[in-house]
Design a protein around this ligand. Structure first.
Ligand code: CTP
Length: 399
């Protein structure tokens, strides 16, 4: 999918610059045209000659070079690429980007561009964790800049921790993500994911085994397809999906409030395993064992978030998708949920323990809608997400 695309690679002054040579090779193998710009500091780590030899193009270094500007000005350098990748992205370069400075060729190109930008940060772990760097990265992300890494592991400075630059295959995966077709550009989506925790007292709760893998994968796939996506997630150990706005909640009531604030959207996918009941009156203090034996918990039903979205009147999304977690009569029960909850599609899956769906990596889906059932093969949760998003695109006439 990268064949014929053009990337401007800005190489910053980090020890990891040697990995940029490998990155250029791997991109060239995929038929990508790579133009490179280097900061002055970067030339202390690798030479412009090796970058030029591997990229098979002249390397740009100087903002005020008469020959460079007449051959390929700094504005054209970014205009003629599909994406700008900064690898290594140093603390200094990110600080200059955040401040909007244009004090060298790299910073000027990054300020003058209308292209998407991917950063592969790398630095000493203390520098990465410093409040200044964290604030700069947060600001850049807020402006739509995407980051890949840094990963954890041994750093060149001898310390261990977060700060190591992402490896070339991870950077290429991020590039593929950013250059993927975006059929849902301009659409908005909300996804619920993970379990909800309903408090019994300040330390105990009622929860379930949902991992959030499927919902998070769907949010990531919607964002990849260009939808402005918000993920309303219960407590999970899943990493935050790239390019997705995240709202963290714990209880079903909090999930409902978050969803109501987000409506209207074009697409809603409810993948959360919402607890059906909550404790009517959670204790303010920790319940203690005593002479009275075990406490009796009085439960009340939680709001149905999917049904609320499905019956939201004028604020109802154009497409409302729910899941049906069933252990028997999978399709028949899913059909009943379709009408009961007012949704357009139900993705029914068998969650009996033998299937290993809860917490597992694979899912066997039956897409149930008013006109029938589509049986999908067993797929990974990422594949289910990609297939669903492709199907959403077709349904909305965007694929
Ligand atoms: N759902 C929801 N809010 C709830 C319960 C469920 O939004 N309070 C959504 C889930 O996110 C899922 C769908 O409804 O998309 C079906 O969830 P499921 O657990 O299969 O069904 P329940 O409604 O809980 O019904 P039952 O327990 O009777 O199977």
């Amino acid at each position: 999918m990268l064949e014929g695309r053009n990337i401007l690679l800005i190489i910053g002054a980090g020890i990891a610059a040697y990995k940029s040579l490998e990155l250029i090779r791997r991109l060239r193998e995929r038929g990508v045209g790579v133009r490179c710009a280097m900061t002055d500091g970067a030339t202390h780590f690798i030479t412009p000659l090796s970058v030029a030899a591997i990229s098979e193009h002249k390397v740009y270094q100087d903002l005020f070079s008469l020959t460079d500007e007449s051959e390929m000005g700094h504005i054209r350098l970014s205009r003629e690429s599909d994406l700008i990748v900064v690898a290594p992205a140093t603390a200094d370069l990110m600080a200059r980007m955040a401040a909007g400075m244009a004090d060298d060729l790299a910073a000027t190109v990054l300020l003058a561009t209308d292209k998407r930008v991917l950063l592969a940060p790398t630095m000493n772990v203390m520098m990465w964790n410093h409040a200044a760097t964290q604030a700069n990265v947060a600001l850049l992300r807020q402006r739509g800049i995407v980051t890949v890494g840094p990963g954890s592991g041994d750093l060149a400075c001898g310390e261990v921790g977060s700060g190591r630059m992402a490896e070339p295959p991870e950077i290429i995966a991020a590039i593929e993500y950013m250059l993927a077709p975006r059929p849902l550009e301009g659409a908005s989506a909300l996804v619920t994911s993970g379990p909800t925790y309903e408090p019994i007292d300040p330390v105990r709760f009622i929860g379930n085994r949902s991992s959030g893998k499927q919902g998070h994968a769907i949010a990531a796939a919607l964002a990849r397809a260009g939808a402005r996506t918000t993920l309303v997630a219960g407590p999970t150990h899943e990493p935050d999906p790239a390019g997705v706005a995240l709202v963290r909640i714990e209880t079903a009531n909090e999930m409902l409030a978050a969803v109501e604030r987000l409506l209207p959207v074009d697409i809603a996918v409810c993948a959360a395993a919402v607890a059906d009941w909550r404790v009517a009156a959670p204790a303010n203090n920790k319940l203690k064992k005593g002479r009275n034996g075990a406490p009796t918990l009085s439960l009340v039903e939680n709001p149905d978030i999917l049904a609320t979205i499905g019956r939201a009147g004028a604020r109802r999304p154009r497409l409302v998708v729910g899941f049906a977690a069933e252990t028997e009569n999978v399709v028949a029960n899913a059909r009943a949920k379709l009408t009961k909850k007012g949704c357009d599609w139900v993705l029914a899956n068998d969650v009996s323990p033998a299937q290993g769906t809860f917490g597992g990596d694979r899912n066997t889906i039956h897409l149930v809608h008013a006109d029938g059932v589509e049986d999908w093969p067993t797929l990974t949760k990422a594949e289910v997400a990609a297939r669903l998003v492709e199907r959403v695109g077709r349904h909305l006439g965007r694929a």
